[in-house]
Every structure is written in structure tokens, then in C-alpha cells.
Design a protein around this ligand. Structure first.
Ligand code: UDP
Length: 241
């Protein structure tokens, strides 16, 4: 078993759901602490790490719309939810001595840094973890698209999507016992089969910039590090051969 990571710089996309643990809503401190530990392990392998966090555990724009809020205000609320999650992760990382900076896509000057590309790269070169909050900063987008965008801007070698299951399946494995996990998929296949991995604009952006997407289970201890060594269970989405 090699200890070598295959990637120099990666972006980890965590949905809000991943921070919820077994709870119905909000942030589970134990889950955040565990995720922080996974990130620390990868940092200690010498891999530069940045993160994009979602906000679905607190507020989703479309849920607000269904309750009568205007879409733009609702999406702003959703983006603010991602800032809360980012601060929770920063806290958990700093509790275990991992230097971390939060950068928000829209300025919240007294809370965290604004998003500045060169500064974010410099932080990573110095060994700090950078957590990107507030998605793209624009309504009508998702944090999946923000993840693909930041991965491209940061020149990441891979985008890792930590999900509830260990990869992409032919059907929902929780509902269909015959569902099979894909080892590898082409970007186009994900789009044409409408596989629910990330939204189409995120997949298209990753494809244009040739950034492989590795989908793995965030609930499997040690898996983030294993996937980066090409071990463990995951689905790789990349350019068709
Ligand atoms: N959001 C947005 N623009 C972005 C990213 C997110 O408006 O660039 C809003 C949107 O309302 C979304 C919410 O923030 O529902 C939370 O993000 P997302 O649903 O992507 O979180 P996840 O599903 O990953 O937890």
C-alpha cells in the first residue's frame, strides 16, 4: 500500500447534509469534528486542500421559494447558510491545529476574508486549508457549480465529492438492491444518463477544464485519504477515452 497521494491540490465538496450527521436539521458537532479529522489526515499527506460547503442542512433557496419568498432573497439566505457551515468547519479544524481560512464569495468583512483567488492559493501553499463559503455569490446557482468553479480557479487536480454513498450507482442503492456502482464514467455519460451526481453546469465546467470528479462516501472513516491514494471505493468521472 503506497502512502503517496496521486494529487497535489484537491477541492472537497461537502453538502450541508454531510454535516448534519443523524440529525434532521443543522450542524452535528460530532460529524463536523470527524470530517475535520479526515481533512487533517489528507493535509498531513502533503496534499493541499480547499473546500466548498453547501447549506442544505440549514436553508435551501427553493424551499424558501415554495414558502413564498422571492428567489433572489431566498438564495441569499441559502448562501448565508453555507457561511455558517464554513465557520463550523473552520472551528473544528482549528481545534485540531489545522490552520484554516474562510473566504466568502460576497464580502462579510468582520466575519471572514473575501474571496481573492491569489490569496487563497497562497494560503494553500503555506499549508492552510481554505474553506470557500457563499457558493458562487450569485443566486440561481448551487454550491456544486461553485465547487467546479473554484476547483478550476484554484487549478485543482481533482474535485472530490463526499456523499452519503460510496459512488455513483445505476439506481438509488438505498431503494434498489440491484443497483450497481460505476467504477468510472465519462462526463458526457453523466449528462446524457442524467445521473444525479452534481448538477449539469458543474459537470460541464469540470469537463471543460478536464478536472476529474471522484465521488466517495464521507461516512466511511479514512476514505478521503484512501481515495486520494487510488484505494477505497469511489466512482471516477473523467474524460471519455
Ligand atoms: N446558493 C446560491 N448560489 C450559489 C450557491 C448556493 O444561491 O452559488 C444558495 C441556494 O439557495 C442553495 C443554497 O445556497 O439552495 C445552499 O446551497 P446548496 O443547495 O448547493 O447546498 P447543498 O445541497 O450542497 O447542501
Amino acid at each position: 500500500m503506497s502512502d503517496e497521494a496521486r494529487y497535489k491540490r484537491v477541492l472537497l465538496k461537502l453538502s450541508g447534509e454531510a454535516l448534519m450527521g443523524d440529525k434532521e436539521y443543522g450542524i452535528d458537532p460530532d460529524m463536523v469534528t470527524r470530517v475535520a479529522g479526515e481533512i487533517k489526515t489528507v493535509r498531513e499527506m502533503g496534499v493541499q486542500v480547499c473546500l466548498v460547503v453547501g447549506g442544505g442542512n440549514i436553508f435551501r433557496g427553493m424551499t424558501g421559494v415554495a414558502r413564498g419568498f422571492d428567489r433572489t432573497s431566498s438564495d441569499h439566505m441559502g448562501m448565508l447558510a453555507t457561511v455558517m457551515n464554513a465557520l463550523a468547519i473552520q472551528n473544528a479544524l482549528e481545534n485540531i491545529d489545522v490552520d484554516t481560512r474562510v473566504q466568502s464569495a460576497f464580502p462579510i468583512a468582520s466575519v471572514c476574508e473575501p474571496y481573492i483567488r491569489r490569496r487563497a492559493i497562497r494560503h494553500m501553499e503555506k499549508g492552510r486549508v481554505v474553506v470557500f463559503a457563499a457558493g458562487t455569490g450569485n443566486p440561481f446557482f448551487t454550491t456544486d457549480t461553485a465547487a467546479a468553479l473554484r476547483a478550476a480557479e484554484m487549478n485543482c487536480d481533482a474535485l472530490l465529492k463526499g456523499t452519503q454513498v460510496n459512488g455513483v450507482y445505476t439506481a438509488d442503492p438505498k431503494k434498489d438492491p440491484t443497483a450497481k456502482r460505476y467504477q468510472q464514467l465519462g462526463y458526457r455519460e453523466v449528462l446524457t444518463k442524467d445521473l444525479k451526481v452534481m448538477d449539469a453546469s458543474a459537470i460541464a465546467l469540470a469537463r471543460e477544464n478536464n478536472i476529474p470528479i471522484l465521488v466517495f462516501s464521507i461516512h466511511e472513516p479514512g476514505e478521503f485519504a484512501r481515495v486520494l491514494k487510488d484505494e477505497g471505493q469511489f466512482t471516477k468521472i473523467c474524460q471519455e477515452e
